[in-house]
Ligand binder design. Sequence first.
Ligand code: ADP
Ligand code: ZN
Ligand code: ZN
Length: 731
Amino acid sequence: MPEAHPLYLQIALDSPVRRLFDYLPPAGVAGAPPPGVRVEVPFGRRTLIGVLVGCTTRSDVPASRLKRARRLLDEEPLFDAASLELLRFAADYYQAPLGEAIGAALPVLLRQGRPLYATETRWQRVPDAVPAGRLGVRQRAVLELIERLGPVTTADLAGLGPGARASARLLVQQGVLVEAEDRSAPAAATVTAPVPGPELNAAQATAVAAIDAALGSFAPFLLHGVTGSGKTEVYLRAIERVLARGEQALVLVPEIGLTPQSVARFQARLGVPLAMLHSGMGDTDRLLHWRAARSGSAGVVIGTRSAVYAPLPRLGLIVIDEEHDSSYKQQDGFRYSARDLAVWRARRLSIPVVLGSATPALETLANVEAGRYARLDLPSRAGGAGKPATALVDLRMHPSQQGLAAPSVAAMARHLEAGGQVLLYLNRRGFAPTLYCPGCGWMAPCDNCDARLTVHGGSRRLVCHHCGASQAIPFACPRCETELLPVGQGTERIEESLTDVFPGVERVRIDRDTVRSAAEFDVALEKVRSRQARILIGTQMLAKGHDFPDVTLVVVLNADQGLFGLDFRAAERLAQSIIQVAGRAGRASRPGEVLIQTSCPDHPLLTQLLAGGYDAFARTALDERRHAHWPPYTHLALLRAEAASAADAQAFLAVAANLAGPTLPRGVRLLGPAPAAMERRAGRYRAQILVRAEGRAALHDLLRQWVPRLDAEPSARRVRWAIDVDPLEVT
Ligand code: ADP
Ligand code: ZN
Ligand code: ZN
């Protein structure tokens, strides 16, 4: 018999160190456990929970120093091979530790080591057992509850107030109650017979047929259609086909897009158990839904960003709604793009993936242009509403008064008169972005950031929108004691000025200051739906997720913010917001009108957007990107560093640049080190190196060599640094 080789477990731990850790198998475990199970291990003085990635007979660590894992937490793997492969790819592509990627994919309770199938204690009566002595008040309450409900859980007992559980334990000791273990049931969604949908129009039918024909093979589609053009209807029909094949579908939605209504629509139309995954769910709920996805009992999973990792044994189709939405990219910690990983997953599984949007990301349009994605168009609104008439308001000829130019006020009066609602869009909350001293030019600064404080009238405070610091509004200039003036416009100020311009007209403001929860959002939306409010003022929040069918006029108050933004994506974001917010308004019987206030009416991006819509804008913007060597024609990674002193951040980046220098592959350039656009933020100094590469492979060749060197670099200890692959923001 051959001598048994020693066996080492390779374990991914949620630690910032970018490697796997080797352990000896737990005592008593013979043979190699399957990859994908959780393992409890000692780590320094702590105990961590990791995931077994593989086994090996060779370790770089001397056998004498290897520790023994404590125990296996699962009998069956939590991840199948394809899911583990997705996570390994994600970790490698985004330069993150595998344990961190796995952490993003696992429900919190599993990360904490709870069992996959939680067993729950239930307390129940022992038939015919009579209490020995007199019962206390609490004990009687416990028995009455069980009388009423039958066996109760710890959660049920908690309703009786503190001490109820101790009372139940006493009753167990007296032999009156027993504790029973119960495998809690999976998330059971109420399933009803599917409701049939409307008959598809020709464009929808073409789209569904194309997706249907591609089932069982890798095929990425861009489904391009404005809000209300019937994209969701296309998803639903395609998913019906997938379910009929006995497969599952994954639907990714933006953070704000997962409303009870949208889930109810999927549930009603498809008539299958549906699992939901988003950050607002309780830990237990999240585990139950994750489990329903994993076991295959949920036919459809609908979720936000991290649902891209949902375990789906029979996945047949992925849909990414509003694929341009920036919430698909995680901006801190493990920085990944759920959209891009979804496409990778679809390729790996040989299934179609549908990217839907009214305003596709320029990356996606470039993929269509290059023939990598097939384009499906829904050119008109399903309900038949026409395109809104769009015009520019030249702020040089018509200076704005309190944010509104005269032609905008006239149009508002006209639409209100005709019974329509009006939507004012301004992506800046607060009263005014600056508090200014006309005497000496002082502007209220944030003490922690290179930024000005925003004036908030309601709370009568100055607030920093970057670090959250706030202070009372000073009475006079701290330098010269002149009275201070708020300068510029925020949504709060616009709302206030409307009192003078349209007295007596009811309005509602929707931004992060007025709407802090889903419930408050509902209240605000109800004011709009019931037509109680005639004027809506809001930020980005209005451009997403909700339709305003009675809005007939949309005014974009300040387009110039976007035209001259620092980031190379500023114009794309602006065009998307304009089209999105305009697309939420109007219906067939009420054609809409859109006014865009700008000081630069000749700007080519605006004139293109007006003359030819988003497609024309995108062509111009893509040309600009090509000439300026920006994505999608180049590939970026951003190395960010921040430290208590500017010198430390710069010193680390200077070393980092040197570490990259000798190995720069062809076509790769380093831009920087340079201070970030806002160098000081929340009291820390920030600087960065932007890596720009002609080809993706070259970029990753560099990163694979560079990042381990950065990890090992001593000057890195004085900074916080992170690498962001395919960053959304580069300033
Ligand atoms: P999107 O997802 O593009 O915003 P939806 O699929 O939600 O569009 O469709 C918008 C509205 O039009 C919905 O109320 C939907 O029921 C309806 N609708 C969609 N397709 C059709 C159709 N072919 N015939 C009639 N109504 C439709
Ligand atoms: Zn002053
Ligand atoms: Zn600040």
